[in-house]
Write a protein that binds this ligand. Structure first.
Ligand code: NAD
Length: 380
C-alpha cells in the first residue's frame, strides 16, 4: 500500500465592507470595480417585485461604466427559494454564456440574497457575489454572514453553502417601499439582536416605539434611527460571525427565539410570517428563561411591551397544536443530534453561557412540551 498525503492548509481572508446609507445603491458600481471584479460580466439576480423597484436603475448605472449586465428575475416569495428556481437561474446563466468570469449581484430581500448567494457558491464551482439588501429583515440578518441556501419540503435552508459576499450594500431608501408588516418583521429580528447583545440599542428601540410610539412608516423616515438600526444589526451579526463562522458555538446565539419561532412557522403551515413567529419565539424563550432565573420578570415585561408597541405578537396563537410545534422542532434540527438545544438571553443585551462555554444548552423534549402546553393553557 502507498499513501500519498495531500497537504492543504487554507488561509483565507474573506473580509468585506458593508456600506450603509440613504442612496447607497449608488456605491454598487464602485464596489463592483474593486479587487479584481472590474472585468467580470454581471448577473443581477433579483425577484420580480424588486426587479420593478430597483433592477433597471442599477443595471443602467453599471452599464454606464461599460459593464456587460444581465438581469435575471424569479417570482418573489419564500415558496420560490427552491432547488428548482436555482436550476432555472443557472440554466439562464448558461444560455447567456456566463462563465467563471461572472459577478453575481444579489438584489433583494433575504430570499434573494440566500438564493443568489447559493447560485454564486456553486456556479462554475464558485463565483463572487455582491449583496444589495432591500428589506429591513435582510439588513438585520440575512445579508451578512455568508449563509446561503434553498428550502426543500423537508426543511427550510436544508441545502446550501457558506459563501461570503465580496461586499454588502444596505440602501435605507429601499425601506420606504416596504409594507408595515415587512417593516415589523425586520424589527422582530432587530429586537432579537438587541436582546442578545446590546442593552443600549434595546433602550433606543424602547424609546422609539414605547415612549415615542413610532409607527413602522414613521420609523423608516427617522434617519438617525434607521442608520442606528442598520449599523447595530450588522455590527452585532459581524461580531458573532467573525468569532464563529461555521456555527460551532457562539454563532448559535443568533438563533435566539428561532428554535420555537421556526418550529411555530412550520407548524402553522407558513401562514404566519417568519419575523412574527420569531417575535413569539423570542418572548417565549424569555418567559421560559425567567423560570430558570436567566431573566427577571421585569425584563420579560419590557420585551413584551416593546414587541407589542411595534405591533408584533408575543403569545402563541390560539388553538395552536403543541405536537406539531414539537415535530417541526425535531425536523428543523436537520438530523444533527438527538437533543434539542436552546439559546437563552441573560437579562437584556446578553446571552447565557452554559457549561464549557456553550451558548446553547440541551433541553428535554418533555420540558419544552410541558412549557409550551402551559403557555397554551394560560391563553398565551
Ligand atoms: P424576501 O426576500 O422574500 O422579501 C419579502 C418580500 O418583500 C418579497 O415579496 C420581496 O419581493 C419584497 N421586497 C423586497 N424588497 C422590497 C422593497 N424594498 N420594497 C417592497 N418590497 C420589497 O424575504 P425577507 O423577509 O427579506 O427575508 C426572509 C428570508 O431571509 C428567509 O428566506 C430566511 O430564511 C432568510 N434569512 C437568511 C439569513 C441568513 O443568515 N442567510 C438570516 C435570516 C433570514
Amino acid at each position: 500500500m502507498e499513501e500519498i498525503r495531500v497537504k492543504l492548509v487554507r488561509t483565507v481572508d474573506e473580509s468585506y465592507p458593508i456600506v450603509i446609507g440613504h442612496g447607497a445603491t449608488a456605491c454598487v458600481s464602485d464596489l463592483a470595480n474593486r479587487d479584481g471584479l472590474a472585468s467580470r460580466r454581471i448577473a443581477i439576480i433579483t425577484d420580480t417585485t424588486v426587479e420593478k423597484l430597483a433592477a433597471g436603475a442599477l443595471a443602467e448605472d453599471l452599464r454606464l461604466t461599460g459593464r456587460d449586465v444581465r438581469v435575471i428575475a424569479f417570482p418573489a416569495g419564500e415558496k420560490n427559494k427552491t432547488r428548482q428556481t436555482k436550476e432555472a437561474i443557472e440554466d439562464q446563466l448558461i444560455a447567456a454564456g456566463f462563465g467563471r468570469d461572472t459577478l453575481v449581484i444579489a438584489l433583494g430581500g433575504g430570499v434573494v440574497t440566500d438564493l443568489a448567494g447559493f447560485v454564486a457558491a456553486t456556479y462554475t464551482r464558485g463565483v463572487p457575489y455582491l449583496s444589495v439588501s432591500t428589506t429591513l429583515l435582510g439588513a438585520a440578518d440575512a445579508s451578512v454572514g455568508g449563509k446561503t441556501a434553498v428550502d426543500t419540503p423537508a426543511a427550510t435552508n436544508l441545502i446550501g453553502a457558506f459563501h461570503q459576499p465580496v461586499a454588502v450594500v444596505i440602501d435605507l431608501d429601499r425601506w420606504l417601499t416596504l409594507s408595515d408588516s415587512q417593516i415589523r418583521e425586520g424589527l422582530g429580528e432587530t429586537v432579537k439582536q438587541a436582546c442578545l447583545a446590546d442593552a443600549e440599542f434595546f433602550a433606543a428601540l424602547e424609546d422609539a416605539f414605547v415612549t415615542r410610539g413610532l409607527t413602522p412608516a414613521e420609523f423608516v423616515r427617522d434617519d438617525a434611527l434607521t442608520v442606528l438600526t442598520a449599523r447595530r444589526n450588522c455590527e452585532i451579526k459581524r461580531d458573532f460571525v467573525a468569532s464563529d463562522v461555521h456555527e460551532g458555538n457562539r454563532r448559535m446565539g443568533l438563533n435566539l427565539g428561532h428554535t420555537i419561532g421556526r418550529a411555530l412557522e412550520s407548524a402553522l403551515g407558513y401562514t404566519l410570517s417568519h419575523g412574527y413567529c420569531v417575535a413569539i419565539g423570542l418572548a417565549l424563550q424569555a418567559r421560559w428563561g425567567a423560570t430558570f432565573g436567566y431573566v427577571s420578570s421585569g425584563d420579560v415585561a419590557r420585551l413584551e411591551r416593546l414587541l407589542g408597541a411595534i405591533g408584533l405578537p408575543y403569545r402563541l396563537p390560539e388553538g395552536v397544536d403543541v405536537s406539531r410545534i414539537m415535530d417541526a422542532m425535531w425536523h428543523d434540527k436537520k438530523g444533527t443530534t438527538n437533543t434539542i438545544r436552546f439559546v437563552f438571553q441573560r437579562g437584556v443585551g446578553d446571552l447565557m453561557v452554559f457549561d464549557c462555554g456553550r451558548y446553547a444548552r440541551p433541553v428535554q423534549e418533555s420540558a419544552i412540551r410541558a412549557f409550551l402546553e402551559s403557555q397554551v393553557a394560560a391563553g398565551q
